[in-house]
Design a binder for this molecule. Structure first.
Ligand SMILES: *[C@@H]1O[C@H](CO)[C@@H](O)[C@H](O)[C@H]1NC(C)=O
Ligand SMILES: *[C@@H]1O[C@H](CO)[C@@H](O)[C@H](O)[C@H]1NC(C)=O
Ligand SMILES: *[C@@H]1O[C@H](CO)[C@@H](O)[C@H](O)[C@H]1NC(C)=O
Length: 445
């Protein structure tokens, strides 16, 4: 009897040991998968496509140089060893991906972000307007048909310049369409990086009359403050603007397409169109850029919101949002915050496929097939994550009157892989147009 008992015990221990090894093995083989996932996401950026950099170059695999990597101190000690290299790798890939659009502007530093401090300060939401454009919307041409508002930071002078000279130009265009532009800024966080930043903005305001500067720190998590102060400014200084485009400075915006989309829209109706993200879940991974702890937002999903590239709303909606946002507690991610305000006025934002938050799906993974085709971009309204030269290039390519698109059906004109997608897309757009796409695209209220 005694023997049998011992045998059973040993068997149990053995089974447990085998299970433990299996678990460890499963964990180790999982980690590299995570790393690759990150990299693949990063490399789908449009930047790669435009610059023609082959995928391999973009996310160069980490060479076996582990001695050079600075010692990595994991916060949680129980993480298995095998995770270290892949973690470093994915972070490196990520920061490379973000380089042109984010690093120069506002790179969130999550590891050190103090959410408790955020909670303590979040009732402080009235900051002084340091540089104003009080007559922006009351000039001789009257209130703008379209007001372009672009989030910017002081150091991004080159981005403001390229926008001023390309898609963000002011003026009265065909059919008496009056377009105005403002840049939205806060006080730079690191003023030693650009001494005289205040002089720069002063001169820019004097020369271009398009700077709005508020007295809060220009950080990633203060973009929500930018949102509410902009809406406040609309209420005070530009309440008669018919439509408002609000977006980032690293986008190319096809204003013509947006104006075409707005044709026939009644101006006293609600309208909110963009790359709408529905049922997104808050990210609880600490190392994510969008990490939100549960004590900041406890619910499982976010309300529908427009992705960061840009969106269009009617002036009517902006004034309603201005009031609604006053009732909503500050939330660190500005896009989601605006989604909360939309929910409050019970307005379902409209998704339009011309708005792309994260570049474009590539036609092929093979580098030699990634040919830049301006016709493809001509159909879009907002393209995200572009560098200054890319914005300028895009503008010139699409302004080029020699550019012939689907009227010329020479099969040799387009790269092999793209043609099918292209024509399918054009057909889809043609269909929408024939449908008089107001009905399909916009909410009726
Ligand atoms: C501020 O910018 C300067 C110059 O670019 C840099 O040397 C310094 O480390 C920055 N300081 C902080 C706190 O980021
Ligand atoms: C936002 O700006 C205020 C005022 O400058 C500052 O006190 C606060 O720390 C900033 N918050 C974030 C999250 O950067
Ligand atoms: C918005 O503007 C209207 C009209 O000027 C004014 O009556 C109202 O008080 C303003 N609302 C806020 C919250 O400032």
């Amino acid at each position: 009897m005694r023997k049998v008992y011992i045998k059973g015990d040993i068997l149990c221990s053995l089974i447990l040991l085998v299970l433990l090894f299996l678990l460890l093995y499963a964990h180790q083989s999982m980690t590299p998968v995570w790393g690759t996932l990150h990299i693949q996401h990063g490399s789908t950026s449009l930047r790669t496509l435009l610059s023609g950099a082959p995928k391999g170059l973009e996310t160069k695999p980490f060479p076996s140089k582990s001695p050079d990597i600075p010692p990595y101190k994991p916060e949680v000690q129980i993480k298995p060893k095998a995770q270290r290299p892949s973690k470093v790798k994915s972070q490196k890939a990520k920061s490379k991906f973000l380089q042109p659009s984010m690093t120069a502007s506002l790179l969130p530093t999550h590891a050190s972000f103090d959410f408790y401090d955020y909670l303590r300060k979040k009732d402080q939401r009235d900051f002084k307007l340091l540089i104003d454009q009080p007559t922006k919307c009351s000039g001789p041409e009257g209130a703008p048909y379209m007001l372009i508002a672009i989030k910017s930071v002081a150091t991004d002078f080159d981005k403001r310049q390229v926008v001023r000279h390309t898609w963000g130009r002011e003026g009265v265009f065909q059919k008496d369409v009056n377009v105005k532009r403002v840049f939205l800024l806060g006080v730079p966080q690191n003023q030693t990086a650009l001494p005289l930043w205040d002089k720069l903005l002063g001169y820019e305001s004097h020369t271009f009359h398009d700077i709005l500067l508020w007295d809060f720190e220009d950080t990633f998590f203060n973009l929500t403050l930018k949102e509410i102060h902009f809406l406040q400014w609309i209420n005070v200084s530009c309440p008669k603007a018919k439509f408002i485009f609000k977006g980032d400075a690293d986008v190319y915006v096809n204003i013509d397409n947006i104006l075409e989309m707005l044709e026939g829209q009644e101006i006293d109706k609600d309208l909110f169109v963009g790359d709408i993200i529905v049922r997104a879940r808050p990210i609880r991974r600490r190392n994510s850029k969008y990490f939100i702890p549960e004590f900041i937002y406890g619910q499982g999903i976010y309300p529908s919101y427009a992705g960061g590239g840009g969106f269009v709303m009617s002036g009517h909606t902006a004034l309603k949002l201005h009031l609604a946002c006053k009732e909503v507690e500050l939330f660190p991610i500005d896009d989601v915050f605006l989604g909360m305000c939309l929910l409050r006025i019970d307005l379902q934002p409209t998704r339009h496929e011309g708005f792309r938050t994260f570049g474009i799906v590539r036609p092929s993974a093979a580098p030699h097939l990634q040919v830049f085709d301006p016709c493809f971009y001509r159909e879009l309204m907002v393209v995200h994550s572009l560098t200054v030269p890319q914005i300028w290039l895009m503008w010139n390519l699409l302004q080029d009157h020699n550019l012939q698109c689907h009227s010329s059906q020479d099969p040799m004109v387009f790269p092999f892989q793209w043609r099918d997608k292209m024509t399918a897309k054009n057909k889809a757009k043609e269909k929408l147009r024939n449908n008089d796409y107001g009905l399909k695209v916009f909410v009726e209220h």
